[in-house]
Design a protein around this ligand. Sequence first.
Ligand SMILES: [Zn+2]
Length: 732
Amino acid sequence: MLAIVALALGAAAWLRLGPVPAIDATTSLTITDRNGEPLYEPLAASGSRTQWLRAETIPPRVADATIAAEDRRFDKHIGVDPIAVARATLHNIRARRVVEGGSTITQQVAKLVLQSRDRSLRTKWRETVLALRLEHRYTKREILALYLNLAPYGNRINGIARASRAYFGCAPEQLTPAQTAFLASLPQRPSAFNPLRDPGSARARQRMILAKMNLTPQEREHARAERLQFAKTAQPAVAMHFIERVLGTQQPSNPATQIRTTLDANLQRTVSGIIQAHKTDLIKHGAHSVAVAVLDNATGEWLAWEGSGNYFDDAFGGAIDGVTTPRQPGSTLKPFTYALAFEDGASPATIVADIPANFPTAEHGIVYTPRNYDGRYRGPLRIRAALAGSQNIPAVATLAKLGPESLLRMLRNAGFTGLQRTADYYGLGLTLGDAEVTLEQLVTAYAAFARNGKQVQTTMVLTAQPRNRATAQLFSPRTAFFITDILSDPDARAYAFGTGGSLDFPFPVAVKTGTSQSYRDNWTVGYTKDVTVGVWVGNFDRRELRGSSGLTGAAPIFHGVMLAAMQRARGRLPIGDSTPIVDPPPDAESLEICSLSGRRPSTYCQSVRREWLPTEAAPQFCSWHHADTIDWPVEYRAWARQTQPRATLASSTVHHRALEIANPADGATYLIDPTLRLEFQTLRLRAISATRVTWQIDGRPVAPEWPLARGTHTVTATDAAGRTESVRIFVK
Ligand SMILES: [Zn+2]
């Protein structure tokens, strides 16, 4: 009997008197840029590092609110509260899920001290033992002080004193009852919501806590009516999205008190300034958000990272990080389609067809009819012109040959991890950017072009030891060279984009623009040897932009950021330095070609230029040009007949019928193209006739550029002699 009593006493003594881990009161996390400049320091506002709240200095209201929120029987229990546990169990059973924990404040202190991460029984037992010991070692006030100093208040802010400064810009004793109740509501679910971003979600709990606090009816009413104003100046203003991302990727148990990031605060401020300078212009175009990312190609370090243009702009989702938000990339994915073609043996001289064309889709009987930005057809185009001028039809035609599944594979390898659907789902529209990607992924993938095809491993944190993670070769150095040579060729894009605009630089810059369907997103991505820069302009609520194109939204910002990033990389702008971004590889040679056929020139070729060709390819000579005619390959004949002067046509064309509808074909099915503006969703009505032809659709006269409308339609052509021809088409 005595032994049992002794054992029980011993057990109780061990439970209550056993060791308690040291509680560190002084650590706080500082995040700096690459040069050690603080970007984020929770204590910066007060200028003091000792914010440890002492038991005797706990403001009564803070104590009241915290006890009301967490543990109403705090003053009565011995560290654990069986009544609270029973009540919580009952509530949880009733709600059929865990709605209440039943942990006392002391148990929560134990949990915070032990930094337990799992909720196993063993962990709970350890926490319970420590709670009992804490109750023995400390007074109730001291335990409450421990809780208030250790509890997480969201945004990686621990402790009520820091939280009070960060959210409301004042010391805890200056908080109003409404603010106190709001803060007391945060430790419950500190990571579930960001009070700066979404104060609404904490409001319900705040009201509940206010109801339980010891307030006079007048104080309570006043507190309920108070509109919380968050202290914006107390938050760091530089690179908030980047800091959140860095914090989000750190291990919660990381003992580091300082994280040195890769960001360059000076460049980041310049980027913010450039965005500010374009703000009026952007708003004129209906764009409220801008994301910019700058990557160091050699090291994979992020040098600048702006998520929205203004983190605190609540009206337009300023706290959302546009660098990591998936959006439709428009034409910015086209280089990957041509990279695939280059891997397959094509060269910048390879001819692709820019002619009216229908492509089969995964859906039986449905064809895909892509259109170019301006609705025109340019016949045979060299890949250089097709990519630089960003024509849609050649990109789709190229992908149709290679297959969407091979592009999908390449894009996934390049880091577009969000592309989780099947190739059939995306279809050929994949090359026109109808799947969603992030700016972070785009910039990372483009950097591989600047690195001779080698993938880059990006990082946000500087590490002392060199990072020697193996990186994959995404495509050959020759493919990287071809793509880079085309994207940095201002002459090649001039026919579509003009010259002297935001895409032109006094040194080589490879650049690509993109615009998503209905003008919701506007992109410019580009690189030099040193850096890759990406810019997105749009609205987080997907509101459409107005009158914005590749050259009026993102491109001017891209221009400014690229200049700043190069100034930083080289110490001065490399004006006039024409060193290529990617060196020509030994397996490519510059040779003369026929501008039209892309093949080695014959004596009849009218226009000859130099182009890069694979060294291993057997020379093919132009067979299109003859003494006074062009012998068009069969696929270009219909196009040539309509666009080329008669003299250049092969004489073999004979018309058997007086009137023939050349376009559309009888029975053709058209899909309304989601990547283009509605005004470009037109069907070109073309007839072969010696006289003027007028057009009717479903009996109503129409112009030869008919805007596609869903349904089944009868297209009728009437010539001057009154002859008619009809075809039926389907538009889905
Ligand atoms: Zn020729």
